[in-house]
Design a protein around this ligand. Structure first.
Ligand code: ADP
Ligand code: MG
Length: 718
């Protein structure tokens, strides 16, 4: 029995998925596999676990996987609140943290967490149901999990321990799952939830400006400019007391004054005095009045007034959870909420009460070159499915509008759907995980969309060179896993880094290897201080902070022998210094480090330390917040450990006689690329230019730059 608060019950009843409860639960009862489709916001994530709980499926754990950590955490809190249950019953587990207890009945987790659990217990015996959420995102782990569960569920049924799998998708495009006979010999039933979606009028731009939005820096710069154009002064309203809220609501009810609406057609309200972003984008007054508009809605009579305060909030995945939570709270009285978001707002989080969506039509994605391994972030057009998803966000609570900053012709050229991630990235981590699950012939795995054969071959080659797989007996695609490979698979990092951990116990290097690996696997630890400043004040602050960061990088790089560990020494120094100072927001702010990244490194260090101790308990490694810098001989040892993991990322300085082009000076040759790659000016080795280096990855920006560079002694080169 669930004892919900009346207001929660009322809110639930408004969700479209509630009308389908009986249909869904009958399908689940009759079938092992069920696919559920419903628009974002229809209540799938928050309600289906509750249906299962109430229908008696909580004899085991009801597991829900999410491709994003933000969603796992926020959904577990939301469901606990709706059910009026404690977070020891409705819990979450993400890579580094969680609040799962022995009593947990509903568990939200990232898909990676469940994959790790399958390695420990292939039959997932503690679970009664697994829900794979956001399957339309086609994240690699989601795809793998569906493949694995297509085998696990029948095995469980055969053992008399029945289990259910529910795949939930925000789009109707589920044929890759339902029509794939290798995956499900009998197609699972598909239940569609009719969303109570209000109409959204879509307005296309006549012309399509050339601009790339969508990252964190862009979010901030748009926020700043909106705040200046529609200022909201932090005065009395900022205290935002409950009393004021009540008073505000009363006034609103009595006089039924609705808040004035800004006119999104009026682009000229945006200041065009800073930078030249607007001009580049081709948005000027003329263009603003050039929009193809549909019939204006009847209630849209108010004229735009730039003096109306906007309450502008950023939203992106690296933002701290406290900042993220703000979008769910009502904005201060007298203001209108305006959220400037990346893709996270497309499907995983439903922001309440959004009426207007402005869609730039772009997406920033990482692209890998399958042959060379070079990756780059590119801003490309999104898919039609994603654009429609974005538009749909405007019609959750009343009719809305979506303004597309591109023409209908351009929209017509978008691909219909985004492609599955597994076809776009290296797969060595997956291949190792699968081998560890004794899936030897990875080519035969029931992938919803299989990765290319080339990608699988490249992955096996790398794993053989790392020693994680035995040399192939004859056919290349069935190399068995080695004991080293098993140890590596137990570390929650990519195989190259796992190899470094596996080697780390020599010369008491483990604590350093753990810290370096933790720092290398966390996305960007330094703040982006090269971003354009909004004001002169900010510009001088940024310049000061940049200078400080440069100075600190030099300090962290150390001197003498340690310099040769290069950028990895800088990472190690930064982690050491930050932990020494107690890992405070203040220290990070002052020294150009991202607080969120540093916290992640701290958690990962703890987790890796535990993982290493369980693989080789005799080393008894622990996390030392006052870690002394490595000695000279330890640095030499560390450099070799790094080389062992990154051996296929070796680069040799371009020789005099190879200088085909003056631009190649100071360049490096790699086995796979014709063109040279370079050491970035911010690198600790920019001035040293050692004859041989290894690098973490090549990222193509203005040039092909190596990231995470460390020097290699010529005699170590195989
Ligand atoms: P779906 O999974 O189908 O996209 P959800 O179950 O996530 O739908 O959301 C259902 C409703 O619950 C949405 O209207 C959303 O706004 C609301 N909701 C979800 N999380 C929160 C939260 N933390 N606070 C307030 N409302 C929320
Ligand atoms: Mg959802």
């Amino acid at each position: 029995h669930v004892d919900r608060l009346p207001e929660m019950q009322e809110a639930r009843l408004r969700l479209p998925v509630l009308a389908e409860e009986q249909v869904i639960m009958e399908a689940v009862k009759e079938n092992s596999f069920v696919v559920l489709c419903g628009e974002t916001g229809s209540g799938k994530t928050t309600q289906v676990p509750q249906f299962l709980y109430e229908a008696g499926y909580a004899s085991g754990i009801i597991g829900v996987t999410e491709p994003r950590r933000v969603a796992a955490v926020s959904m577990s809190h939301r469901v606990a609140k709706e059910m009026n249950l404690s977070t020891s019953l409705v819990s979450y587990q993400i890579r580094y943290e969680g609040n799962v207890t022995a009593d947990t009945k509903i568990k939200f987790m990232t898909d990676g967490v469940l994959l790790k659990e399958i390695q420990k217990d292939f039959l997932l015996q503690r679970y009664s149901v697994i829900i794979i959420d956001e399957a339309h995102e086609r994240s690699v782990y989601t795809d793998i999990l569906i493949g694995l569960l297509s085998r696990i569920v029948p095995l469980r049924n055969k053992k008399g321990l029945p289990m259910k799998l529910i795949v939930m998708s925000a789009t109707l495009r589920v044929e890759d799952f339902t029509e794939n006979r290798k995956l499900f010999p009998v197609p699972p039933p598909v239940i569609k939830v009719e969303a109570r979606q209000f109409p959204v009028s879509v307005h296309f731009n006549k012309r399509t400006p050339l601009e790339d939005y969508s990252g964190e820096a862009e979010v901030h710069s748009v926020c700043r400019r909106l705040r200046r154009a529609f200022p909201f002064r932090r005065g009395r309203t900022a205290t935002d007391t409950a009393e004021e809220m009540r008073r505000f609501k009363k006034v609103k009810l009595k006089k039924t004054v609705s808040l004035p609406r800004i006119d999104l057609d009026n682009y000229s309200a945006l200041p065009v005095d800073e930078g030249d972003e607007d001009r580049q984008a081709g948005i000027d007054e003329e263009e603003g009045s050039d929009l193809e508009l549909g019939d204006p809605p009847a209630d849209d009579e108010e004229k735009a007034d730039p003096s109306l305060p906007l309450y502008v909030l950023p939203l992106y995945s690296l933002l701290s959870p406290e900042q993220q939570a703000k979008v769910f709270r009502p904005p201060p009285p007298g203001t209108r909420l305006c959220v400037v978001a990346t893709n996270v707002a497309e499907t995983s989080l439903t922001i309440p009460g959004i009426k207007y969506v402005v869609d730039c039509g772009r997406v920033k994605k990482r692209f890998y070159d399958r042959v060379t391994g070079v990756s780059s972030f590119k801003v490309t057009w999104t898919s039609q499915a994603s654009a429609n998803q974005r538009a749909g966000r405007a019609g959750r609570t009343e009719p809305g509008h979506c303004y597309r900053l591109y023409s209908s012709a351009v929209f017509g050229d978008f691909s219909l759907f985004s492609e599955a991630e597994i076809t776009r990235r290296p797969v060595e981590d997956l291949v190792l995980q699968m081998k560890d699950l004794n899936i030897d012939k990875v080519v035969n795995f029931p992938f919803p969309t299989p990765p290319s054969t080339e990608a699988l071959v490249a992955a096996e080659q790398l794993l053989v060179s790392l020693g994680a797989l035995e040399e192939p007996p004859r056919t290349r695609l069935s190399c068995p896993i080695s004991p080293l490979g098993r140890a590596m698979a137990s570390f929650p990092v990519a195989p190259r880094y796992a190899k470094m951990l596996a080697l780390g116990k020599q010369q008491d290097c483990l604590p350093y290897v753990i810290a370096v690996v933790a720092a290398m696997t966390v996305r960007e630890i330094f703040e982006d201080l090269d971003r354009p400043a909004a004001t002169e004040d900010e510009s001088s602050t940024l310049a000061q902070r940049r200078a400080r960061l440069t100075q600190m990088r030099r300090l962290w790089a150390g001197q003498g022998a340690s310099l040769l560990l290069g950028d990895l020494m800088v990472l190690l120094g930064a982690v050491g210094a930050c932990e020494f100072a107690g890992c405070t927001p203040k220290f990070c702010e002052e020294n150009g480090l991202r607080y969120k990244a540093m916290l992640e490194i701290r958690r990962l260090r703890g987790q890796l330390t535990n993982a290493v101790n369980s693989v080789c308990p005799e080393v008894g490694v622990f996390v030392d917040s006052k870690m002394a810098p490595p000695t000279e001989s330890q640095v030499v040892c560390l450099r070799q450990i790094v080389l062992a993991g990154l051996g296929d990322h070796l680069a040799r300085r371009v020789q005099q006689e190879e200088l085909l082009d003056p631009k190649w000076r100071n360049g490096y040759k790699t086995p796979l690329l014709d063109e040279p790659v370079y050491i970035h000016p911010s690198s600790a080795l920019f001035k040293t230019l050692p004859p041989f280096v290894v690098y973490q990855e090549v990222l193509e920006t203005t040039k092909m730059y190596m990231k995470g560079v460390s020097a290699v002694e010529p005699e170590w080169v195989p």
